[in-house]
Design a protein around this ligand. Structure first.
Ligand SMILES: [Zn+2]
Length: 184
């Protein structure tokens, strides 16, 4: 059984009329609900090791695109700024501590097929690879690693827009060529 959000009015419990679309007006209490945009905070963490700059990534342990690589990010909790939510996701998924006050806005873009899901990419302060700290596998990630370089990222990344953000990051720094991946 697949559950659809906002099938019933959350004020009076009346079922919305089908076909379900937004905004929905309850036939019982006349309350309207809208499909509010969903921001997703995604953080690019530059990591410097062996004199080169990579980006912190995780290998996904969950669907969709299980076993592919992704930048780290997620939905914001009610009390969080985009920066605080991004730093929390980095900590939860990789064990790496980044300072949310040092995140700088990098790029934002809508997703397809849901354009009101908006990715907010930011860049953290560069971190030395020796400062990554310990990593423990968790329910969402099976591996922590670094990607170096832009080419071929679409083959290894779970999400095209994450690959695009990484390519923009490397392009700004004049880093070119085939990507490399190392566990970290
Ligand atoms: Zn209602």
């Amino acid at each position: 059984m697949s559950l659809t959000r906002d099938t019933f009015c959350s004020f009076c419990g009346t079922a919305y009329e089908t076909p379900l679309k937004y905004p929905r007006t309850c036939t019982g209490c006349k309350t309207q609900v809208w499909a509010n945009p969903i921001p997703v905070s995604v953080v690019l963490v530059p990591v410097i090791g062996d004199g080169r700059t990579g980006l912190l990534v995780v290998r996904r342990a969950i669907e969709p695109r299980k076993d592919k690589l992704a930048l780290v990010g997620g939905f914001l909790e009610e009390h969080e700024t985009w920066a605080e939510g991004g730093a929390r996701e980095i900590r939860e998924e990789t064990g790496v501590v980044v300072d949310p006050t040092k995140l700088t806005a990098f790029w934002f873009t809508s997703t397809a097929p849901r354009p009101n899901r908006v990715l907010l990419f930011s860049v953290a302060e560069p971190l030395d690879a020796s400062k990554l700290g310990p990593y423990v596998k968790n329910t969402e990630t099976s591996e922590r690693g670094l990607v170096f370089g832009p080419d071929g990222l679409d083959d290894v990344f779970a999400f095209p827009l994450h690959a695009e953000a990484a390519r923009r990051f490397f392009a700004e720094r004049g880093l070119t060529g085939e990507h490399a991946y190392v566990q970290a």
